[in-house]
Design a binder for this molecule. Structure first.
Ligand code: GLN
Length: 203
């Protein structure tokens, strides 16, 4: 992967923990851009869809015309990383009847998979492509990946086999929240992905 220098990364700032992602990016020297309008996708190399409430995020994305615009931007090479609710938004389908996901990434996702008893917890994971100690994963009413399409790679997997981090070309999704820890390796991983312009999703 190439260096991150000069790449422009936006954070969808309609709802959820976008401020934490912007702070995480800042701590690795990237001035992320708040994205609230489709026109702000122009010229970006990467976009982060944060955690929050996927029903609210998809409603707002519909209201602000992202449902049509984002797949076009992805086809033009925009890298996208969804965390938690962002993973739900990116999915091809859900086990729940709603919300209606955008279908950017060929995965089927179960919302709130860990159940109400265990609303949030932390665990350490090996993350494919990231060296060194395991990644501390913070799960908050988190989803898991139930089914995975051709060409989608598992980056981190639960002991029972469910994927909690996946990637397909320039698209990635994590069920957990790297922005809520001090470890910046997943943000660096995405910044490298966004900077590597020749690795489009459609290759
Ligand atoms: N449970 C939330 C949803 O279904 C996601 C939670 C999160 O993003 N931390 O949208």
């Amino acid at each position: 992967m190439v260096a991150t220098g000069g790449s422009r990364i936006g954070v969808l700032a309609l709802q959820g923990d976008f401020a934490e992602h912007l702070a995480a990016l800042r701590s690795i020297g990237i001035e992320g851009e708040e994205v609230r309008k489709v026109s702000q996708l122009e010229g970006l190399d990467g976009l982060i869809i944060p955690g929050g409430e996927s029903t609210a995020i998809t409603k707002l994305m519909d209201a602000y015309s992202f449902r049509a615009a984002l797949p076009r931007a992805v086809a033009d090479g925009l890298a996208v990383w969804g965390t938690c609710a962002g993973m739900i938004v990116m999915a091809r389908s859900l086990t729940d009847p709603y919300p209606k996901p955008l279908g950017l990434l060929d995965i089927k996702v179960s919302r709130n998979w860990f159940g109400r008893q265990v609303d949030s917890f932390e665990s350490d994971f090996k993350f494919k492509g990231i060296r060194g100690k395991p990644i501390r994963a913070v799960f908050i009413r988190a989803p898991v990946v139930e089914e995975i399409g051709d060409g989608v790679e598992e980056l981190a997997v639960l002991p029972d086999g469910h994927a909690v981090a996946v990637r397909s070309g320039r698209l990635m999704a994590t069920a957990f929240h790297p922005e809520l820890t001090d470890d910046r390796r997943v943000h660096r991983y995405f910044a490298d992905l966004a900077a590597a312009k020749d690795g489009k999703t459609r290759d």
